[in-house]
Design a protein around this ligand. Sequence first.
Ligand SMILES: NC(=O)c1ccc[n+]([C@@H]2O[C@H](COP(=O)([O-])OP(=O)(O)OC[C@H]3O[C@@H](n4cnc5c(N)ncnc54)[C@H](OP(=O)(O)O)[C@@H]3O)[C@@H](O)[C@H]2O)c1
Length: 344
Amino acid sequence: MEYRTLGGSGAVVSAFALGTMTFGHESDEATAHAQLDRFVEAGGTFIDTADVYTAGASEEIIGRWLASRPADVTERVVLATKGRFPMGDGPNDLGLSRRHLRRALDASLRRLGVDAVDLYQLHSWDPLTPLEETLRFLDDAVTAGKIAYPGLSNFTGWQLQKACDLIDVRGWAKLVTLQPQYSLLVREIEWEIVPACQENGLGLLPWSPLGGGWLTGKYTRDSRPSGATRLGEQPDRGMEGYDRRSTRDRTWDVVEAVEEVAKARGTSMAQVALAWVCDRPAVTSVLLGARTMDQLEDNLAAADVRLSEEETARLDAVSDPGVGDYPYGELGVEQRSRRIEGQR
Ligand SMILES: NC(=O)c1ccc[n+]([C@@H]2O[C@H](COP(=O)([O-])OP(=O)(O)OC[C@H]3O[C@@H](n4cnc5c(N)ncnc54)[C@H](OP(=O)(O)O)[C@@H]3O)[C@@H](O)[C@H]2O)c1
């Protein structure tokens, strides 16, 4: 397992993190604990959860695991969680207000059974709350020792930049990471968000690196998803709904290319897709998601896969979402690449 610094911080994490969104839902507690044991045995140190995963149950399951394993195991863990999405029906049971986040963070710490988390992430932007209020809350939480580092998730480029600038001006605790959706099927963050992260020294924590299962080859053009799979159980689930993705030719071109690369190397499709995203610029740690132990085992093996230049070039090309001419394409690049003659 490779280790990298957690974005712009001095903390070190495994290049693959264990995502825990399936805990208490697709994966029962015994499977979840077995996943956590296997993950740390394989050298994994970084665990990602959120208050909203299975309405708090994911954090509780992790909390019981932390409480029942020896200190030399749990001491190595770098723990990340998030707040922002609804945890109740009240008008203040969501959002990035100080009022909600104070309660949300304390509730997360209680469920996890810890005094502090290493990374606390704003799960998404909140148009109702002044950003100063949110960022001041994070800084206070760092000072209070409840979080070591603040991070973001699902922010756009301008939102991220605004947050970084405000923090600089006020001298508050710096953001260290952004957690965006990123995979061979979803690369649009490369237009604006990845450069914003690079400019500000934030590391990327890609979520849904397998596109929610698509990049394992389990979904096909000719039949609707069925059985115990994410889309078999909920065909319209979230951003990966079957109808939306299956009508895009690029989806099937990407899936086919991943399959061909995997066959030629003798690895699984999942390993190829995970190795590709792990190798992208600015990536700190890729969030693995698994329902079963077999899936986790398959995905952990991606830590040993290094794609060749040719394989990477092929996957880059087939998954390229295109940028048009302007502002990201040829016309924009021309404007942004101004150089003085002779400049080195
Ligand atoms: N910040 C955010 O807004 C956000 C959003 C989503 C996720 N996340 C984080 O990112 C983590 C990973 O997201 P994700 O679960 O969507 O990741 P993913 O890797 O794209 O999808 C995981 C799903 O794919 C299937 N799968 C995984 N490995 C497989 C394998 N080797 N062979 C066949 N099928 C396989 C399983 O679903 P089935 O068995 O059901 O098919 C599994 O639940 C989450 O746990 C969470 O920590 C964050």
